[in-house]
Design a protein around this ligand. Sequence first.
Ligand SMILES: C[S@@+](CC[C@H](N)C(=O)[O-])C[C@H]1O[C@@H](n2cnc3c(N)ncnc32)[C@H](O)[C@@H]1O
Length: 216
Amino acid sequence: MEHHHVTEELRGVDFWENHYGTSERVWSGKVNQVIERLVTPLTPGTSLDLGCGEGGDVMWLASKGWQATGVDISPTAVQRAETDAAAHGLVPPQATFIAADLSEWTSTERYDLVTLSFFQAPFDFDRAEILRKASLLVAPGGHLLALSHAARPSWAPPLEGKVPPFPTPQTELDALALDSDQWDILQAEIIERQITDPNGNPATLEDTVVFVQRRN
Ligand SMILES: C[S@@+](CC[C@H](N)C(=O)[O-])C[C@H]1O[C@@H](n2cnc3c(N)ncnc32)[C@H](O)[C@@H]1O
């Protein structure tokens, strides 16, 4: 349990560098079904994935014609993403990766699609502020999609100690604090995914989905 103990002590970039440094990278090429369903009808433009990890969603977006950018705090994850994307023929400006802490990073650009997929950590961080910042990076007519775990997997043991609460549609909307004159809420709900757990048994995952559009 030493490993568990060590990761509990880590925060921020140290936690995520440890996370990516101790896991092997395998890109499935598959994107989350919610992202696929909601993004496929959109006309490709510029996209920004916040907390992009090893870049799977960015590569999927780039392969669908988006000019896709991903930002992540972990240089290890970003380097893997760049290497994988290049191996798939995806280079800037089709697929661009930036290693930066979103607590500090911002951009003067506005994006047609801003995504956050499972932008969560087992410790408190300024997630709500980053979510709010994400909304400011959406271009007129553009969309923001925040997808997050709404609960621990049904088979997973409860996390010990103090962990941040899971996002609900309402806490996401509260964090975003959108001006209702400027934004339409297209979807804000918890979606269930039926999967097979690591022991081969049927299991359920719950995802909080918030999908909003900035008006022109
Ligand atoms: C649970 S992972 C999700 C990764 C990926 N989006 C996915 O769906 O697989 C959360 C990601 O957010 C990144 N992250 C956490 N805090 C961050 C911050 N302050 N700035 C930038 N990235 C951050 C982590 O490095 C990690 O890659």
